[in-house]
Write a protein that binds this ligand. Sequence first.
Ligand code: FES
Ligand code: FES
Length: 162
Amino acid sequence: MSNEKTITLRINGKAAQATVPAHRTLLEALRGLGHVEVKCGCEKGDCGACAVLIDGTAVDSCLTLAWMAEGREITTVVGLGSGEAMHPLQQAFSDLGAAQCGYCIPGMIIAADSMLRQTPDPTEEEIRIGLSGNLCRCTGYVKIFDAVGEAAAVMRDGGETK
Ligand code: FES
Ligand code: FES
């Protein structure tokens, strides 16, 4: 007997259906639905590249089974903003040149957004702790932390958030 089940995921405000076996991770399901902005790194919870928001809190989608996210609000980095309507975090990362290869950046921005929802005026230490589950092998982190601090200031001043 097949253990596949058709589930409905709500991703960036839109419903999408996926037929998945019980062991399919949310990371695999999202990428299978074309959400390749969710990056696949270690697949064991070490790197944070696969982070998405579920109901506003960052989770590693590689450690989350797809069916567990049914009925919850999933937000990827694209759902925060893009193009001409960038989220303050995206704008700050762009302005400060906080990305090199860029592979870690979707997860960094998701983790930063989750942290700023809890701590809108973070110290540098709090930013470092908030992003401690996200690895970057290119930048040395300094510009990333600066970008998060700058975005936090913009958001406190009324910059648009979702
Ligand atoms: S791919 Fe999920 S934490 Fe690395
Ligand atoms: S910019 Fe390359 S891994 Fe972070």
